[in-house]
Write a protein of this length. Structure first.
Lengths: 111, 115
């Protein structure tokens, strides 16, 4: 089977840095994605890592280590609008090249 | 990119009835999916809507309960049949532009409450 683990909740202040870890178990791994979802909103794509290393997109970066079955999403210079749920999702052969989502991490940014 | 609309945005239904949710995309897409999400929970894939053939259902979901149509590359419907309170959830349509796309776009969701 497949499984993804990520923390359920993280709280931080504006301007801080938050790292959301995601560990996964699957077979035929293709890549790790991250999605952001505000309360009442649709999930929106943030990043995708197929190879080891760090991908940077503005204030957000995503990292993957295939050998450790581990990745993280790094949120820098936190802003109030970053308060949302963040989901890691694995794309794998075991799931027919479809996304399997983690349980989500709720990030609360305080002033 | 793709812009997705869903109708209805929310509904309250009696148990034993059925509801059909529509998903419209502003461009032709190869892959269309239907997900379910309990508030505050993760997303669970129900099925992949295939144009011109029967949908592909994930484990735990069956066609009799969740019939899906996809008459063309921009439109799909999901019906929740013979509803019970356990079907209360948010139903999300999602698309990928083509088979090799790693980015998926999601509709705003349909919030269903079954009483």
């Amino acid at each position: 089977g497949q499984s993804l683990e990520q923390p359920s909740e993280v709280t931080a202040v504006e301007g801080a840095i938050v790292q959301i870890n995601c560990t996964y178990q699957t077979s035929g791994f293709y890549g790790l994605s991250w999605y952001q979802q505000h309360d009442g909103g649709a999930p929106t794509f943030l990043s995708y890592n197929a190879l080891d290393g760090l991908e940077e997109t503005g204030r957000f970066s995503s990292f993957l280590s295939r050998s450790d079955s581990y990745g993280y999403l790094l949120l820098q210079e936190l802003q109030m609008k970053d308060s949302a749920s963040y989901f890691c999702a694995v794309r794998s052969k075991a799931a027919g090249n479809k996304l399997t989502f983690g349980g989500g991490t709720r990030v609360l940014v305080k002033p | 990119s793709a812009v997705i609309s869903q109708k209805p945005s929310r509904d309250i239904c009696q148990r034993g009835t059925s509801l059909t949710i529509q998903c419209q995309v502003d461009s032709q897409v190869t892959m269309m999916f239907w997900y379910r999400q309990q508030p505050g929970q993760s997303l669970t894939l129900i099925a992949t809507a295939n144009q011109g053939s029967e949908a592909t259902y994930e484990s735990g979901f069956v066609i009799d309960k969740f019939p899906i149509s996809r008459p063309n590359l921009t439109f799909s419907t999901l019906t929740v049949s013979n509803m019970s309170p356990e079907d209360s959830s948010i139903y999300l349509c999602s698309v990928a532009l083509d088979l090799g796309s790693y980015e998926q776009y999601f509709g705003p969701g349909t919030r269903l409450t079954v009483t």
